[in-house]
Design a protein around this ligand. Structure first.
Ligand code: FAD
Length: 659
């Protein structure tokens, strides 16, 4: 009999749940006579907004990040925008519609009530950020501008050119700085959480490494919040920042926090293709480009072959010989189908030999039609910095005139291909964002979040800021209210001694392997295994092979790793080795989950389960649940625990983006 998980969702029809819940919440004394301490790990959009809000509410916050400034968190990479149901375009948008699109976009694998709450607070986020001075793009008349992202037929994405994440983070950072000045938030930059400390079954502190001195330090608090981002870098090559890692989340998992839906990994369709084996990073070309860019490959295989051999260029192929395959297959949504659908369609074309670069692993993203329609100035206003970024990396400027065929002007297109981008899976949390360890909360990309099996574009920032500004600051109080009677826990307790000793022992173990292989060489190999066997198309056979290969490589890591330097002072290789140790645990977890889920849904595509047209084939009868995994020790298969999904407001059906 599977364990039953209490997700603490209040009873009642969905739209009422959050309101009823808000009415019942118990506010801890906002003037903070109680002196309650909260540790927030992470200063991305989720962490910075939570730390600022908790500080504002009167809690004493300890806020840590691995970068030298909160402003350098990975969230600044976010380009395209943030969703909200404001309906400024008068195009029929509503809270319900955003809720519906998100549930459908996630292939009916998200918790319905959570998504409703997310849609409901989405509008507050925009107001909050505008009040902070975030320079969202505006229409000529002064209204905030919107554009469309995948999986929606309305324009609800707010943006700041191609730098939305950076501008939002600057807004959150200014609120955070205000609380730092007020003495409510104490900021620790260049600190990395290595372990969570559990006292009497509750999270009561963390062990963190000062990345500059190498020293381990102890922090205690009444509750711990992790906001440490996703695990996309398990695949080595991804669009995530180099520093993104899953050490904090995996360590919480090892200490008993369930890890939910790890196999739901998002492969983004519009990234600059891999161009050699010396690469350590992939670059995203924002989904916003699909508003005006059209994706195509040649209709004729001989044209594709000529492109692959460098004998022809894209702009030499006339309109009638182009296959705008997304528009052809999905007339209702066209280029704006969700990411999982667009990525699979690109793979299908390339697998059939229609790829457009020398590796055959690329498709075109072309702006000729929009430049001809709107003019280059307007297109540059919308996507200027993305065009420049593309040019800097590839030496091709996508707005450059290249050819005229039958009186039609053609411009140089971008080349794109799918790449690992975002992880929908993460630490399991209940409706209050509390993990299965009391007192430990997870927010932002590091929780299993509200996106089900696939996240729609511009929804990660929405969820991170919803968690940080509007959900956690309220829900955490239900836990803290009962904590008020407990004084501050001393860091001299045996639980802290034990945790620090274990972290130290691990560091010594890694340094003393003294083998021959660098961290990066092993990580790159792990990435190849992940992409090949646990990537876009998975099979039971392939997943088993992947698991076996990961096991063997982990043995190589444990016996032949070389970490130069010592544990004193700055040692980036040592930090990377710690991250890689945890990417191994994560990679295996993704594979176990993918193997157990005998269906295709969203970002999890099992080749055995597809329709005749190559679409994902879900199995709602057997897999309509959140798959939560409980750690059972290194090398052992984790235990699967199911949280059944319950839908009241939305009818579960097959996703359709065709009509
Ligand atoms: C190129 C790119 C473009 C994107 N564009 C968009 C977009 O347009 N719209 C959208 O909605 N989403 C977008 N996303 C996704 C979105 O940016 C992320 O999902 C989101 O920013 C994650 O925020 P976060 O706060 O959860 O984590 P992060 O921003 O990853 O922050 C993690 C924080 O945790 C800290 N940390 C990590 N580990 C530790 C540790 N062990 N100890 C201490 N601190 C730690 C880090 O220092 C950092 O401060 C994009 C993603 C990428 C890669």
């Amino acid at each position: 009999m599977a364990k039953v998980i209490d997700s603490k969702i209040p009873a009642g029809p969905v739209p009422e749940k959050w309101k009823e819940y808000k009415a019942h919440q118990r506010l801890v004394n906002p003037k903070n006579k109680l002196k309650l301490d909260v540790i927030v790990v992470g200063t991305g959009l989720a962490g910075a907004s939570a730390a600022a809000s908790l500080g504002e509410m009167g809690f004493n916050v300890i806020n840590l990040c691995i970068q030298d400034s909160p402003r350098r968190a990975h969230s600044i990479a976010a380009q395209g925008g943030i969703n909200a149901a404001k309906c400024y375009q008068n195009d029929g948008d509503s809270v319900y519609r955003l809720f519906y699109d998100t549930v459908k976009g996630g292939d009916y694998r998200a918790r319905e009530a959570n998504v409703y709450r997310l849609a409901e607070v989405s509008n507050n986020i925009i107001d909050q950020c505008v009040a902070q001075g975030v320079p969202f793009a505006r229409e000529y008349g002064g209204m905030l501008a919107n554009r469309s992202f995948g999986g929606a037929q309305v324009s609800r994405t707010f943006y700041a050119k191609g730098q939305t994440g950076q501008q939002l983070l600057l807004g959150a950072y200014s609120s955070l700085s205000c609380q730092v000045k007020a003495g409510k938030v104490k900021l620790y930059t260049r600190y990395e959480m290595e372990d969570v400390v559990i006292v009497d079954g509750r999270a009561r502190g963390i062990i963190a490494k000062n990345l500059v001195t190498g020293k381990l330090e102890r922090f205690s608090a009444n509750a711990v919040v992790i906001a440490t981002g996703g695990y996309g870098n398990t695949y080595f090559l991804s669009t995530n920042a180099m520093g993104c890692n899953c050490t904090a989340a995996v360590q919480c998992y090892r200490k008993g926090a369930y890890f939910a839906n790890p196999s739901y990994v998002q492969i983004h369709p519009t990234c600059i293709p891999v161009h050699g084996d010396k690469q350590s990073k992939l670059t995203l070309m924002s989904e916003s480009l699909r508003n005006d860019g059209r994706i195509w490959v040649p209709k004729k295989i001989e044209d594709a072959q000529a492109l692959q051999q460098g004998k022809k260029q894209g702009w030499e192929i006339p309109e009638e010989d182009r296959d705008y395959y997304l528009e052809r297959r999905y007339p209702a949504f066209g280029n704006l189908v969700p990411r999982d659908v667009a990525s699979r369609a690109a793979k299908e074309r390339c697998d059939k030999g229609f790829g457009v670069n020398n590796t055959g692993l690329a498709v075109f993203l072309d702006f000729s039609e929009s430049i001809n329609r709107l003019g280059i100035d307007i297109v540059m206003q919308r996507y200027g910095n993305l065009f420049e970024m593309y040019q800097e990396i590839t030496d091709v400027f996508p707005g450059e005139k290249a050819n005229v065929i039958n009186g039609v002007q053609y411009y140089k297109p971008m080349m794109i291909f799918p790449a690992v981008h975002y992880t929908m899976g993460g630490i399991w949390v209940d409706y209050e964002l509390q993990t299965s360890i009391p007192g430990l909360f997870a927010i932002g990309e590091c929780n299993f979040s509200d996106h089900g099996a696939n996240r729609l574009g511009a929804s990660a920032l929405m969820q991170g800021l919803a968690d940080g500004y509007f959900v956690l600051p309220y829900t955490i109080q239900n836990y803290l209210a009962d904590q008020a009677i407990w004084g501050k826990i001393g860091t001299d307790r045996p639980e802290f001694d034990e945790a620090e000793k274990a972290v130290n022992a691990e560091i010594d173990r890694l340094l003393n392997i003294k083998g021959k292989r660098s961290v990066d060489s092993i990580h790159k190999e792990l990435g190849h295994i992940m992409w090949e066997y646990v990537g876009m198309g998975r099979t039971a056979e392939g997943l088993k092979t992947g698991l076996k290969k990961m096991h063997e490589l982990e043995k190589e890591f444990d016996s032949n790793l070389f970490v130069p330097g010592t544990k004193e002072g700055l040692n980036i290789e040592l930090d990377k080795a710690i991250h890689l140790r945890d990417f191994f645990t994560m990679g295996q977890l993704v594979a176990f989950d993918a193997l157990s889920r005998n269906e295709s849904c969203g970002g999890h595509f099992r080749e055995e389960y597809q329709t005749e047209e190559g679409e994902a084939k879900r199995d709602d009868e057997n897999y309509f649940y959140v798959g939560c995994w409980e750690y059972q020790g290194k090398g052992n298969e984790p235990t699967l625990i199911k949280e059944p999904l319950e839908y009241e407001a939305i009818k579960v059906q097959t996703r359709n983006y065709k009509n």
